[in-house]
Design a protein around this ligand. Structure first.
Ligand code: ASP
Length: 437
């Protein structure tokens, strides 16, 4: 029988109405057997996520401020869901345990995880599924790092005997039973770990949008929804700022080539976005799946005559960055030039000192620093004849946008273009217009 792991995000489980939608979705396909949940999220734009309320409880407890009202707010969020769905979950007993633990010793990860812990139990009761506490199956080291190998074993052992289960997302525990959370939005990772552990046929990630857009909808009016893209393309787009799935959620599922389907709980009829290893031959492949970008970059340009004839210049330069723990986004080498693109916020802490050391160590003929650059990635694994690239460059030129840097590796996954920050949005619109034409 086919097995689907379905993860529902915070907005999908924000109130009783959303729970009803989730139940209908799960019951519509019997293959949806393992359900991973987030804590209740925002019901309206100014609402507060339960996880944020719990983090505030911890902060107040730590600084000896009152926590009573905040805990009541958390309790009421769950109580309304339980009451509206006619369930019998003992929320007051559970809240009492949480309150006592908070008083005894405030622990951030324990508190932050309680939203998922309670929500998963409530959904399990509503669906008639077994509740699985990831404290026993998502394994962390004592210093709070996820241990994927032990997790794989423990999660497979916990899920295999169960026909249907609801698993709380976002947290796990170490061998002493101490709770640790993943990074924010980490229930996406929990879902992917569960999909891998159970060798699922599909990992569905249910959220409040109908998939990944080919460009940022705040910049481009009504961009196309990407129907299929590869794991690598998703990684490139998420790195550049497109957010639809936690970046670390791709790896576990992709290791077993489990497709990931981003779906909309509020519009379940939409097919959403499918993330796969290999593009299905029957589907039309856009040469460019999407465009995304990052403002806030600085370019360092180092020039020295005859440097291309020798060896080691770039290595020395990169070593100066490494010494400062300063990562770079791109390193482009030309004839007698090395150009580095670095995040301005990271560079700002050591800029003067780094520039001085470059001068002292490498004695360059020219050292230029250009701030306020945006880098745009035009992402697509297949661009036969580089036609999209030609269109993109042409569109930027027609829009009068200066191209400061340009970079494409042999793998051809992305064309990376640096443009002035004040033309960033114009550039995204021009590029999107060109690739869709
Ligand atoms: N509830 C957690 C958060 O708000 C984790 C998650 O939703 O995935 O970040």
């Amino acid at each position: 029988m086919k097995t689907i792991v379905a993860k529902f995000g915070g907005t999908s489980l924000a109130d009783a109405d959303q729970f009803r939608k989730v139940k209908a979705i799960i019951e519509e396909d019997p293959a949806r057997r393992y359900i991973v949940v987030s804590a209740p999220g925002k019901r309206f734009p100014d609402d507060i996520k339960v996880t944020d309320l719990l983090i505030r409880c911890y902060e107040n407890a730590l600084t000896h401020k009152p926590v009573g009202e905040l805990l009541t707010e958390v309790r009421d969020r769950f109580y309304e869901i339980i009451r509206d769905l006619g369930l019998h979950f003992p929320i007051d007993d559970e809240m009492e345990i949480i309150r006592r633990n908070l008083q005894k010793k405030p622990e951030l990860d324990y508190m932050a995880s309680r939203g998922e812990y309670l929500n998963a139990q409530i959904l399990a009761e509503y669906l008639g599924f077994t509740f699985v506490d990831p404290a026993w199956s998502v394994c962390f080291t004592r210093d709070g790092q996820l241990d994927p190998v032990t997790t794989q074993r423990a999660m497979a052992a916990a899920l295999h005997p169960l026909d249907r289960a609801v698993i709380a997302g976002f947290y796990g525990a170490d061998e002493d039973g101490k709770i640790h959370t993943l990074s924010r939005g980490g229930s996406d990772i929990s879902g992917s770990l569960a999909a891998k552990a159970i060798h699922a046929d599909l990992y569905e990630n249910w959220t409040d949008v109908s998939g990944l857009k080919a460009a940022d909808p705040r910049i481009v009016a009504e961009p196309r929804t990407v129907d299929y893209l590869s794991y690598r393309e998703l990684r490139a787009l998420s790195y550049m700022g497109a957010s639809v799935l936690h970046t670390d959620a791709v790896l576990p599922a992709s290791e077993l080539e489990i497709p990931i389907n981003i779906r909309n709980t509020n519009q379940p009829e939409d097919a959403g976005t499918m993330i796969v290893r290999h593009f299905p031959p029957a589907k039309q492949k856009y040469p460019v799946v999407g465009v995304a970008g990052r403002p806030g970059m600085t370019v360092l340009q180092v020039e020295k005559v005859m440097v291309s004839d020798g060896a080691g210049f770039s290595a020395i330069l990169l070593d100066l960055l490494k010494k400062r723990d300063l990562p770079f986004e791109q390193c482009l080498t030309g004839i007698d030039t090395v150009t580095l693109i670095i995040r301005s916020d990271l560079l700002s802490t050591c800029k003067d000192d780094l520039l001085q050391e470059i001068r002292d160590t490498l004695n360059p003929d020219y050292l230029g620093v250009f701030e306020h650059l945006s880098v745009i990635a035009v992402v697509g694994e297949k661009d036969p004849g580089s036609i999209a690239n030609v269109k993109v460059l042409n569109a930027l030129s027609l829009a009068g946008i200066e191209i400061d840097t340009i970079n494409q590796g042999a793998g051809k996954l992305n064309l990376l273009i640096g443009v002035p920050e004040d033309r960033y949005e114009d550039a995204i619109r021009a590029i999107y217009g060109a690739i869709e034409a």
